[in-house]
Design a protein around this ligand. Sequence first.
Ligand SMILES: *[C@@H]1O[C@H](CO)[C@@H](O)[C@H](O)[C@H]1NC(C)=O
Ligand SMILES: *[C@@H]1O[C@H](CO)[C@@H](O)[C@H](O)[C@H]1NC(C)=O
Ligand SMILES: [Mn+2]
Length: 396
Amino acid sequence: MSSISLRLTSFLGLFLLLCSSSVVVAREIGFPPLAPLQANNGHAQYRSSFNDEKQSLVDLDKFAGLTTFSNLPWVHCLSEEADVEKYDIAFLGAPFDTATTGRPGTRYGPTGIRLGSRRIAATFSWSPYTHDNHFLHWAHIVDCGDVPMTFLDNTVALKQLETAHKIVSRRPSNATEVSTVPRIITLGGDHTTTLVALRSTFDHWGPVSVIHFDSHIDTWDPSVLGGGFSDYAGLNHGTFLHIAHEEGLILNTSAHAGIRAPALNKKYDWKNDKRCGFEIITARDIDKIGVQGVIEKLKARVGDTNVYISVDIDVLDPAYAPGTGTAEVGGWTTRELLSILDGLEGLKVVGADVVEVAPVYDNAGETTVLAAAEVAVSLMGLMVETPVKPLSKEKE
Ligand SMILES: *[C@@H]1O[C@H](CO)[C@@H](O)[C@H](O)[C@H]1NC(C)=O
Ligand SMILES: *[C@@H]1O[C@H](CO)[C@@H](O)[C@H](O)[C@H]1NC(C)=O
Ligand SMILES: [Mn+2]
């Protein structure tokens, strides 16, 4: 190639380069990327939303500030003051693990579940299945924080939780025209905390059907599980349903779902379980009757009664929830559990919990706390779908 044609070629190249750069209209993409702002401001305003300084702080709050459940507002529900912000559904942490029979650690459960809910927020919760958003219905939903519970004396700790339940559930609701009693979703905490929650629902609604998701029956006789050497030892996370039955808190239309842990004896535990008011759906029943079959069985069992739903995270297989104290293999998947819970829509859920979350045994991917957070959101959805009246109103 001659030197002239070489010059021509490079001239042509430069010309083309200049041409193309003047034709292409570059997007004005700010850096660092402003992803959360894009969501709220439409596709054409990558930069302009930054002009609204106040808005830019509000929209980016998912990973900022203090961590509440699903980024809900925190209300000091346990305040001595009578006049706190009103609410209809309250998340309440019960950091307690001194009545466990296996690995302890659920005192960190409420904090773990909140961390697992970091990416959940009311503004970003339109369901891909129903196109609905339970955070934005009639109910004002809040996080009341954790109840102070001593880790040195179970009797005192459970009394503290009982006092907290009384205060939180006896405050006036916000949407009084829909429902006058605020409902509580407890973030546990070992399963013993459910006994206290059932005393609280009894206070407002009388005895309820319990739908108990767990790998264990938890109706063990205190004289069997706990050694039988003291009443104190007899009250633990494997006996609380037996005691709830003794106290008349639950109906004989209750059910377990996901059971797979062995009993302590050939006959007595199963007979005693039935006597306490329970029917058993085992973990392997799902292989025969499917998710829909489990939903139908549970709905048929509780009928039109008021329901308390307790989810021990160990109902999930340890592959889906390693972060728990008494893990049992052969359990349900997270998708199965969430489908069953959402399928219970229409039941009159007066109280609920997700318990036995022990983050110290969770993995780096936070498998357990992510699952527990979604379970809690599903429980909340059931409450939003079906408002319930307190007992006194029903009698009127
Ligand atoms: C509280 O209830 C009032 C009256 O029903 C309603 O207008 C208001 O939006 C509710 N507050 C919240 C935060 O939901
Ligand atoms: C529950 O107990 C009542 C009587 O108290 C009885 O009529 C009813 O059949 C029992 N239901 C079940 C499912 O056991
Ligand atoms: Mn349990």
